[in-house]
Design a binder for this molecule. Structure first.
Ligand SMILES: Cc1cc2nc3c(=O)[nH]c(=O)nc-3n(C[C@H](O)[C@H](O)[C@H](O)COP(=O)(O)OP(=O)(O)OC[C@H]3O[C@@H](n4cnc5c(N)ncnc54)[C@H](O)[C@@H]3O)c2cc1C
Length: 511
């Protein structure tokens, strides 16, 4: 539940509401806007693009609706809290439906593993691959729950401002073996290599390699099982629309086509922003939901930065890039689940190619989204909307995507046609592509990373750019590049951290 450590204030409410400017309208920015609006701030969200949502922007073309990014909604209570802050229920605006199976994992040899909330069904799935691992599965889920209780419930929405905050959790980190990688911890519980994959791939959902991300992310298995996997009817864009509606009801504003070019500083404090158009906006607090590396590198001059110097940002490790192909077909593939993960022949070696060698391999693993399995209204009648996502190196790999994209798309289309989408080539009626270059150019994503800074232990909690900026007073960060990290639960939690640390409106004297 929501607990707030708000600064005590004795002065009466300021007659003119203090102004919070939020840079970016990703889920982190929108959630921050709702929380600050509920605190009494006058909120202006400034978004570079023509429509809000950030990675969750919606593409509509040829009668198809494509959510650009997040599709798997976990921890729905984090959304529910935002509606509750406005005296409403999420169901007033959004029809969120549980999905089962959560996802189907398809191995290169055609073997299938359905992930669901049903423990007995899960034990049966595990037994299909290796009966001897059923006991390990039970122990793994107990371990995942313990990590969830500490990593998510206790630490997910608290600020990490000082090294002491990190020291405070050192014992928990050691006890929960957070120093291991996700794969390293999972391998303790499962002997079968395929089961190790099933229970360790989750960091890829937030931009990390299972072989490098801290084992704290093993909490995702429990989180999914406890709260389910959901889909918003009409698409994830309905959640974006719902949050923008809450902001409007609070009297806040979401301004699109309003790119911020500079955070304005006076005597060590953020005091406003300058837009690319030259317009300036005064602010009592500035919250950046833009990529954290981009925020520091491009919006604050080096002279204003002590911790996040260009050198430190250059040396940091960034999450993988994403190649996403959105396509519509003039038929339905009714035996394809809403969420399918198609694993290629290699796991560890492929991830090494992506994260360490930064080469574009010939093989790939894919996530296939078929939202029309749940909501046929997202495509014309009798049609299916899809997107397929392939983790690829970020722009540090030096790939020229203007040259590579079409060939890579065709290779993926062939792989899908040979497996789950027979005759695909004959049925495509609409298509669009996003590459790491797109992420860089449209979303201001540093190095074209799909999820901001990579989620490794040495870039987590206090080691990540802080929610309360280390550089300026009255500058705050929310979103994937700050604590706790990427993914919808992560960025919504970052707004909860902000709620704890943003000044009470009564400390501003605008009388
Ligand atoms: C393809 C894909 C699939 C995903 N699938 C899932 C999933 O199924 N489930 C899940 O939980 N997570 C998923 N994720 C991760 C999740 O979508 C992200 O971590 C999350 O949405 C990021 O939110 P954010 O608050 O960090 O903001 P972002 O979505 O990154 O938005 C930041 C916004 O800031 C704007 N901006 C940047 N610079 C400026 C500027 N100077 N001025 C004004 N505006 C600016 C950008 O235009 C953008 O709109 C997925 C991500 C991708 C890319």
């Amino acid at each position: 539940m929501l607990t707030l450590d708000r600064p005590k204030a004795t002065a009466p409410l300021a007659p003119v509401r203090p102004h919070a400017v939020i840079i970016g309208s990703g889920f982190g920015g929108l959630a921050a806007a709702v929380r600050l609006g509920a605190r009494g701030y006058r909120v202006t969200v400034l978004e570079k693009l023509a429509t809000p949502g950030g990675r969750a922007i919606v593409h509509r073309q040829d009668g198809f609706t494509f959510d650009a990014g997040p599709t798997i909604v976990t921890a729905p209570f984090l959304f529910e809290e935002l509606w509750a802050l406005c005296g409403r229920k999420m169901s007033d605006d959004v029809d969120l439906r549980p999905i089962t199976p959560f996802y189907q994992i398809r191995f290169a040899d055609g073997a299938l593993f359905n992930v669901t909330a049903d423990r007995a069904a899960m034990r049966a799935e595990v037994a299909k691959f290796n009966p001897a691992d059923v006991a390990g599965y039970q122990r793994f889920m107990a371990c995942s729950e313990a990590i969830y209780q500490t990593g998510f419930e206790k630490l997910g929405d608290v600020p990490f401002d000082t090294p002491m905050d990190m020291l405070r959790i050192a014992g928990d980190l050691v006890r929960l073996e957070g120093y291991r990688s996700v794969y390293g911890l999972v391998a303790k519980f499962f002997k079968d290599e395929r089961l190790r994959t099933v229970f360790s791939f989750h960091p890829l959902l937030i931009g990390g390699s299972p072989f490098r991300a801290t084992a704290v992310y093993c909490l995702i298995s429990f989180l999914e099982q406890r709260f389910g996997v959901h889909f918003a009817m009409g698409g994830t864009g309905e959640l974006v629309k719902g949050l923008c509606g809450l902001i409007a009801r609070q009297g806040g504003a979401v301004r699109c086509k309003a790119e911020v070019s500079e955070i304005l500083v006076d005597k060590g404090a953020a005091v406003g922003v300058r837009l690319a158009s030259g317009e300036t906006l005064q602010a009592d607090i500035v919250v950046s939901n833009a990529d954290s590396a981009w925020t520091y590198r491009k919006l604050l001059p080096p002279s204003q930065r002590r911790r996040w110097s260009d050198r430190k940002l250059d040396k940091a490790k960034y999450s993988m890039g994403l190649f996403v192909w959105y396509f519509g077909v003039d038929r339905r593939y009714d035996d394809v689940e809403h969420h399918t993960i198609l694993l290629g022949p290699r796991y560890r070696a492929l991830l090494r190619d992506i994260f360490e060698r930064k080469i574009l391999a010939d093989d790939f693993s894919l996530y296939l989204h078929r939202p029309t399995a749940t909501d046929p209204s997202l495509a014309p009648e009798g049609c299916d909307a899809f997107y397929v996502l392939s983790p690829v190196p970020n722009l540090e790999g030096g790939q020229d995507w203007s040259e590579l994209a079409e060939g890579y798309r065709r290779k993926i289309a062939d792989a899908l046609e040979a497996t789950v989408l027979p005759d695909l080539g004959r049925h495509i009626v609409t298509s669009r592509i996003a590459t790491p270059q797109t992420f860089h150019d449209t979303l201001n994503s540093y190095r074209g990373a799909g999820f901001g800074l990579e989620p490794i232990l040495t870039q987590s909690a206090w080691f990540r750019p802080h929610n309360r900026s280390e550089e300026l007073r009255n500058l705050f960060l929310v979103g994937a590049g700050t604590h706790p990290g990427a993914g919808l639960p992560g960025v919504l939690s970052s707004a909860k951290v902000l709620d704890r640390i943003a000044p009470d409106v009564r400390v501003f004297n605008h009388a």
